[in-house]
Ligand binder design. Structure first.
Ligand SMILES: NC(=O)c1ccc[n+]([C@@H]2O[C@H](COP(=O)([O-])OP(=O)(O)OC[C@H]3O[C@@H](n4cnc5c(N)ncnc54)[C@H](OP(=O)(O)O)[C@@H]3O)[C@@H](O)[C@H]2O)c1
Length: 301
């Protein structure tokens, strides 16, 4: 199966490239510099040339806070870029995989969100992703939309990397204690994507297309997530203990951040594809191991 990945330079894009390559799939990965998903002509030309069976969109305007002040660019990438890709996939006979987010929900529901719950985004980023989803549903019937939450990786600029850098530098940190969700390691997410693709590739049941949720196992707060990153880094001998202080979202300057609970229920994915959740604590361990391997490879060169 021929797989093309847009936004291949991002944290999920890089994890997808690694996992698909390890699985022997030879994916075509295109960074933003190689393919701008908002350029319909370029997208059509690349799909005509590469003839992928599946296009995975890992390109996004993903900074929730910055999106509040730059709605035009956010909608251009997350909504209009998704529409460009979905149309091109439908025209060229490829299936489309769109990654989406827990921010499509309002975060007011005490129980986990199922795919059947009504989206009600409360910020620009969440709304742009929801409208992106709607465009995908409209233009490309053979689609998979996978919503996930709090993605972290050993690469790129994300909560995990920033927390680890502060722990290594011995600087205290603050963690929000009134936002609850499930951290998800990009490596685990990539394994889920490939497991779904393999099944739709060999099972012709049209019922498989649609919208699913995946996040790593275990609801937590940003505060507890930060504490766990620090304690695992200390255990691995990569940092020394630092102070982690709980704070409330209202203490942050960023208006896109508010107290919310957005745990995603993953039962639909499990009962349809048989895919179970992996734990985010194992994800932290794996991410730290990847950094150690990278550092020892640099030292031995
Ligand atoms: N991060 C999370 O916590 C999270 C949670 C739930 C869902 N998701 C979803 O997961 C997906 C991947 O996110 P991520 O965390 O990997 O984000 P990321 O690290 O910010 O990567 C996004 C990539 O998209 C690229 N990009 C931006 N505009 C583009 C364009 N017009 N054409 C092509 N590429 C473009 C970016 O390039 P530049 O760096 O050059 O701008 C970047 O390499 C997104 O759909 C996101 O909405 C993420």
């Amino acid at each position: 199966m021929r797989v093309l990945i847009t936004g291949a330079g991002g944290q999920v894009g890089r994890a997808l490239m690694r996992v698909l390559t390890e699985a022997g799939l030879v994916p075509v990965g295109l960074t933003r510099a190689q393919l701008d998903i908002t350029d319909a002509g370029a997208v059509a030309a690349v799909l005509a040339q590469e003839k992928p069976d599946y296009v995975i969109n890992a390109a996004a305007f993903s900074d929730v806070a910055v999106a509040q002040g730059d709605a035009t660019r956010c909608y251009a990438i997350n909504r209009d870029g998704a529409a460009v890709l979905a149309r091109a996939c439908a025209e060229q006979g490829a299936a489309f995989f769109y990654l989406s987010t827990d921010y499509v929900f309002d975060g007011m529901q005490p129980q986990p969100y199922a795919e059947t719950d009504k989206p009600n985004p409360r910020n620009v980023y969440g709304n742009s992703k929801y409208e992106g989803e709607e465009a995908v549903r409209e233009y490309c019937p053979r689609h998979l939309i996978l919503r996930t939450s709090w993605v972290f990786s050993e690469e790129g600029n994300n909560f995990f990397v920033r927390t680890l850098e502060r722990a290594v530098a011995g600087q205290p940190i603050k963690g929000v204690n009134d936002q609850i969700s499930c951290p998800t390691w990009a490596g685990h997410l990539a394994l889920v994507v490939i497991a779904m693709l393999r099944q739709v590739d060999c099972n012709t049941d049209p019922e498989l297309w649609g919208t699913y949720h995946y996040c790593d196992r275990g609801a937590t707060t940003r505060y507890d997530f930060a504490r766990t990153i620090v304690s695992q880094a200390v255990q691995a001998g990569m940092a020394s203990e630092i102070q982690v202080t709980p704070i409330e979202s209202s203490e942050l300057q960023n208006r896109a951040e508010e107290a919310r609970q957005s745990v995603l229920a993953t039962d639909h994915l499990f009962f349809t594809f048989g895919i179970r959740q992996r734990g985010w604590r194992q994800g932290i361990k794996a991410a730290l191991r990847k950094i150690q391997q990278r550092e020892s490879a640099v030292q031995s060169n």
